[in-house]
Design a protein around this ligand. Structure first.
Ligand code: SAM
Ligand code: SF4
Length: 499
């Protein structure tokens, strides 16, 4: 099948129609604007009531989210950030989860106006990694200390679902010897960020061992969506994308990740879009998204809109987005990526975000070549704001009192989908995760940390161990002895022990 024929058979209309209600999707623009407009003057009391609801770890309703976004009083925003931090502590404690993106292919049949990979960008060098290159890239990522990866693909028949499945399997197969000579390290979870697929193709990814499936709607504003995604392209079909994660759930992938590319449309509208998306997933499948992303538009080679969109989001509004989302969907992970510069990243990690990346390279094949981003401008999708190594970012987080987690135990023990949501809501997952986070943090300190990071990390672990020992929860559950046993074994060079 040639590329044009392939493009024609991607969208399955019946896999859109089945989710519509009376022919309508769940984004009702007039309704969203009504909700935003009628909640423009919330009182302090109203806001405090909403914060109490978040603190009970309940998802907020659209009216409540609109009210939070409309707050003008700076003091009240401070209170909201404080509540956001409290929510985060309740659900996630002081853990930050790390991952690394791996770009496998820059071929793309779409022409999104903000992206360096758009097919009309003739300056873009197109690269598709061969499987031996996928393995080399994986080795380089493992050698930084990562255990979780998200693989990223343009939409093209060269990188179709079989190619994606092969990448996933090859990544899992890579084992690199630990530096101390004891055991091997590997990637333990492979997530995917790719174009929307049909249910049949999603089942193939599920069989290949996909972790989370991530698709960003880019913008929920239909008019702007049409302007930035040419009609004749696959991505020009708003509803095919809108229901991508419904199809994933149906295919058995119960960890799905939503997101919007902030800067294309009014940020308040896209926050509401994310909330309505969450609600519709909950309605159909009983659980919402595993994570939410809110990347900000970054300058992309040859893309006018990426630098001149009238909706570009400044730092102040970006912080508001994080605060509101943390309060609105308390049990969902929030991701901030290396697109953001280090100071803003540090700040939003402190009260909202739970996951981030580091030592990131977004050129296809760039980990192996270890090329500097500046040398590689014609092979990247957009430019990064934070290019620090994993070790540097971890060291900073230790200073801020955060444990770095590479834990993937939850998924491997079947704590996914509605099971993990239930545990997160009651705070139980947080307790298991704390122990597993420390175990994986110890692994990192053994194998990859600089001397200074190891020293600081060990002091933090000591403090955490003391807190754990004193906590009633762990005494009751008698987990502590197993944990200590595992911790000592890992300290002595064993790998991949989890509770
Ligand atoms: N091709 C697939 C798709 O479009 O869903 C997946 C890969 S695409 C490279 C991943 C994400 O990169 C997109 O969903 C978009 O949100 C983001 N992206 C594209 N251009 C960007 C830019 N200039 N700045 C920030 N993020 C961008
Ligand atoms: Fe292709 Fe995705 Fe970039 Fe759009 S955002 S041009 S679909 S890689």
């Amino acid at each position: 099948m040639n590329t044009q024929e392939w493009v024609k058979q991607v969208i399955k209309q019946e896999e859109i129609d089945k989710y519509l209600v009376n022919g309508e999707d769940f984004i009702n623009e007039d309704l969203i604007w009504d909700v935003i407009n009628k909640n423009q003057e919330p009182t302090k009391e109203q806001i405090q009531k909403i914060l109490e609801k978040s603190l009970r770890i309940e998802r907020l309703e659209p009216d409540e989210v609109a009210a939070l976004m409309a707050v003008k009083d700076e003091e009240l925003w401070k209170e909201m950030r404080k509540a956001a931090l409290e929510v985060k502590k309740k659900v996630y404690d002081n853990r930050i989860v790390f991952f690394a993106p791996l770009y496998c292919s820059s071929y793309c049949v779409n022409s999104c106006k903000y992206c360096g990979f758009r097919c009309e960008n003739k300056d873009e060098k197109r690269i598709l990694l061969e499987m031996n290159q996928v393995k080399q890239e994986t080795e380089a990522v493992i050698d930084e200390g990562h255990k979780r990866m998200i693989v990223v693909f343009g939409e093209h028949n060269k990188s179709d679902v079989d190619y994606m499945a092969e990448c996933i399997q090859n990544i899992y197969s890579v084992k690199t010897p630990a530096k101390n000579g004891k055991g091997f390290n590997s990637i333990r979870r492979v997530n995917v960020n790719a174009a929307p697929l049909s249910i049949g193709n999603l089942k193939k990814l599920w069989r290949a061992g996909i972790g989370t499936y991530q698709v960003f709607q880019e913008t929920y504003d239909k008019k702007i969506y049409e302007e930035v995604h040419p009609k004749e392209t696959i991505k020009g079909n708003y509803r095919w994308r809108l229901y991508a994660l419904h199809r994933a759930m149906e295919a058995g992938i119960d960890d799905v990740a939503i997101g919007a590319l902030f800067g294309l449309a009014d940020w308040r509208f896209d926050v509401m879009g994310l909330i309505y998306h969450t609600i519709d997933l909950e309605k159909h499948f009983g659980i919402g998204p595993h994570t939410i992303s809110f990347p900000r538009l970054q300058p992309a080679p040859g893309s006018y809109i990426s630098e001149h969109s009238k909706y570009l989001v400044d730092d102040e509004n970006f912080k508001k987005i994080v605060t509101v989302l943390r309060l609105a969907v308390p049990y969902t992970g929030l991701i901030v990526t290396a697109r953001e510069d280090k100071d803003i990243k540090r700040e939003v990690l402190s009260y909202g975000c739970t996951q981030t990346d580091a030592s990131t390279k977004i050129g296809v094949g760039a980990y192996t070549e270890a090329k500097k981003q500046e040398d590689n401008e014609d092979a990247v999708q957009f430019m990064l704001g934070d290019q620090r190594s994993l070790d540097e970012v971890i060291a900073e987080l230790i200073d801020d009192g955060y444990i770095t987690s590479f834990c993937t135990a939850g998924y491997r023990c079947g704590r996914t989908g509605d099971k993990i949501m239930g545990l997160l809501k009651t705070g139980l997952e947080g307790k298991f995760c704390k122990l597993n986070a420390i175990l994986t943090f110890r692994e990192y300190l053994n194998d990859y940390a600089s001397e200074e990071t190891r020293r600081k990390g060990e002091i933090l672990i000591e403090k955490e161990m003391k807190e754990i020992e004193e906590s009633d929860f762990f005494k009751d559950k008698k987990l502590i002895n197993t944990f200590k046993l595992y911790y000592d074994k890992i300290k002595n060079g064993e790998r991949d022990l989890y509770i």
